[in-house]
Write a protein that binds this ligand. Structure first.
Ligand code: HEM
Length: 220
């Protein structure tokens, strides 16, 4: 199985900060273009959509860490918290752009949207569920919550599913982009369901090889 050499310790922390900086770049750059009148068309919609797109991308990247380790032996677990938090920051910015720039804080319109437009209701549910995950993404919460922390953070799967569904329902006609994102989320949720069986099979195979003295069986 392929194993990437680990980065030296000082570079590990730096690479996580670099990921935060790189991850926030699309939002900062597009905001700058919008604020300086360089976005062609409807700048508010472009910005709002970009934030939604990156929110979904970071949710998918967060979910990809575990299958990449299981299937290819590449351990990028140290980046998972940053990816999950970037997803949260993008959803929060997407929500703020919708409330402030799009709806100009017209609370009655926003409340009506949340309760009457299905795709917004689903997006809102995803956002609300993401808040406890963001708040408990720290060592103290992991220690305090114990096994409850793992159960809580499994919510990332329904959250990603809500995000993909919200995206599909936000358009009049579902096109290739929506299908790709929905397909990726479906595959990752599917992987989560078959993962315990896959890992048990892998463990069994390793034990059998161990029983053979670590030798791979020879074919005649
Ligand atoms: C997990 C949470 C969420 C995710 C992953 C998400 C993602 C997305 C995506 C990918 C789009 C389509 C962007 C495009 O067309 O390129 C979108 C559109 C949109 N989202 Fe969200 N969203 C979430 C939560 C929310 C919330 C909480 C609200 C507001 C309460 C919201 C309001 C909207 C609106 C108004 C649109 C644009 C509809 C339009 O005018 O075309 N979203 N979102």
């Amino acid at each position: 199985m392929m194993r990437l050499p680990a980065l030296p310790k000082p570079f590990q922390a730096a690479s996580i900060w670099a990921l935060y900086a790189l991850g926030l770049l699309p939002a900062v750059w597009t905001f700058y273009l919008g604020a300086t009148g360089q976005l062609v068309g409807n700048p508010v919609k472009i910005f709002e959509h970009l934030l939604g797109d990156w929110a979904l991308r970071f949710l998918i990247l967060t979910l990809l860490i575990s299958p990449i380790r299981d299937l290819f032996g590449v351990n990028w677990v140290r980046y998972r918290r940053a990816l999950g938090l970037l997803a949260f920051y993008y959803v929060a910015m997407h929500f703020l752009a919708y409330m402030i720039l799009d709806k100009r804080l017209a609370i009655d319109v926003i409340v009506e949207d949340i309760f009457k437009r299905w795709f917004i209701t689903i997006g809102m549910a995803g956002f609300i569920l993401l808040i406890p995950l963001a708040l408990t993404s720290n060592r103290w919460s992991i220690r305090k919550l114990g096994s409850g922390w793992v159960a809580l953070h499994r919510l990332i799967y329904p959250i990603a599913a809500a995000g993909a569904l919200h995206y599909c329902l936000s358009v009049k006609v579902i096109g290739p982009e929506q299908l790709i994102y929905a397909g990726l989320v479906a595959a990752l949720v599917g992987w989560r369901l078959v993962r315990p069986r896959y890992l048990a099979g892998k463990r069994k195979a390793r034990q059998m090889l161990g029983g053979l003295g670590g030798q791979t069986p020879q074919t005649e």
